[in-house]
Ligand binder design. Sequence first.
Ligand code: HAS
Ligand code: HEM
Length: 554
Amino acid sequence: VSRSLRNVIIIELFVPITLLILGIYHGLMQVVYRAGVIHQSSAVKLDYYQGLTLHGVINAIVLTTFFAVSFGHATIFFYLKKEPNKKASWISLGLMVVGTLMAAWAILAGKASVLYTFYPPLKGHPLFYLGTALLIVGSWIPLFDWLVLYRSWKKENPGKKVPLAVLGTLVNFIVWFVCTLAVAYEVLVLLLPWAMGWTPTVNVTLARTLFWFFGHALVYFWLLPAYIMFYTMLPKVAGGKLYSDLAGRIALFLFLLLSVPVGVHHQFSDPNISSTTKWLSTVLTFAVAVPSFITAFTLSASLEYAGRQRGAKGLLGWFGKLPYLDSNRYLFGYMIAGLILFIFGGFTGIVNSSYALNNVVHNTSWLPGHFHMTVAGPVFLAMIAMSLHLIATLRGRKIFLPKVNVIVPYLWMIGVLIFSFGLMWGGLMGEPRRTNLGMTYLNPQNELYHPQWVPSTMLALSGGFIMFLAGMLYFVVFFGTFFRKKTETAGLDLPVSEAYHDEKMVPLFNGFKPWIIVMVVIILIAYVPALVDVLSNSGPGAPPHLPHNPMPGI
Ligand code: HAS
Ligand code: HEM
């Protein structure tokens, strides 16, 4: 690996992991406010919503985008043996860093407490929107470069299967490119002119619809780097093989088809979208769970094979034979802890997407319960594990405190389980999300005091504290590894799983064209009705209540 690419990858990991210190601190503060430990609107000069914005933006937008780009560079180079264009990689990194600094300034100055979803009518400083746009444009650049490398690799290797990790990276960034077009339009055409004072108002539901066109595909943009690791590395570090290579390809292509057209499931309570459009969104969302079910079965079979290779007997003996605490295979611990969390994260997602059940959980603390078992579960654990692996190998450093490192993922997992259980329990009792409970419902001095929410918020507080502790231990390991003396040969090295069933090359699963066409068709089927609803039903006044329809909507 060239010095230039190595430095790009290292900076792309170092910047967000450093910012993450602030992101994790604000996670802790969130549980502290929620549990009514403090009854203030701010702490350490940062306001509640400012802190929540920092938490969501740093953890879920900045860390994930930087990581996806750096991991993309790593997989493309490692599998295709071709270096991405030097200039393009540095321009992309430069745009992402400048964009992040602009948005961070706006938030820290208290001028953009708009949360990571920046729904209008909350209005942020223009630099917040511009910074977000730069971060996104910066992350687009590598895709075009990688596509050139991919095409030349295909020409040189006719009839060979495209490596699964490369396929995953390209699927992920094609989804990212398509979905970010909508948020770029939202930011540049609707929000920025409004924030600059050039337009008097914005169409709120149109902005939300454009945001969620982007927003749910965003969660798969977070997930797919983790899936690439689960398919191409986990079986190897577990001591086995990937059960089926074709299953991985099918799952990835299903994400290409179905990641974007499901965004309306975040808008079940928006009154100007019709029930039919929402029903369609539920059906498509059930469909997008299918590639995750395929993944669950394929990975279980791969892990069972690994367990048996390691001498397991009987039906379930393989569970006990996996390298849970092997500090040389710490990637395994991070990945398995994430997968265990995702069993719960996935099932709660299916509850959310069921149109009628969504009424019960929407905007309650059930939701952060769900998404800390997804984005702060498999996604976060896979990302921080791979960041550590890449930093250690690219800089030729040994892992600092390997025995501590190997328990970090389990501590995090236990923390998330307790934390999310507390939030979901509270959510089912009506606890709202995005609300400083310490000021009102969890303040005994306040007339709104809800003592029945004390146990659930205390549970969330204790889980959140364990997560915070695990996060701090991770920082010690990461920065300890980063700054220790060089003792190993530096280079880019990734674990590679062989396939147990390495099916023949099928042209349909070795290229993108037909899939992209079907993707566009499904997006049109889902989003033309949604946009027609939004544009024809937005105007002054609320849509009428229809007695035959208990759901919000027309
Ligand atoms: Fe979600 C809201 C539905 C997946 C993140 N989601 C959110 C929000 C976030 C988020 C951040 O339909 C909040 C947005 C906001 O701020 O308002 N979500 C789903 C569904 C899925 C899903 C159906 N979500 C994710 C993923 C995320 C994520 C992935 C981040 C990475 N979600 C919703 C809906 C809402 C929502 C509604 C809106 C709710 C509202 O009202 O606002 C599916 O993709 C889930 C499928 C997953 C599975 C699990 C498969 C299990 C696996 C593990 C196997 C384990 C093994 C280990 C092999 C079916 C793969 C075994 C070995 C041992 C040793 C045990
Ligand atoms: C929101 C705690 C780590 C992503 C929240 C909320 C809490 C919380 C309590 C809900 C606030 C509310 O709606 O009332 C924590 C703790 C963490 C942690 C204690 C660890 C110490 C993470 C990580 C990620 C993440 C690692 C992602 C990688 C998010 C997102 C939100 C959120 C996207 C939504 C923000 C919003 O509603 O605008 N967190 N979190 N969190 N968290 Fe975390």
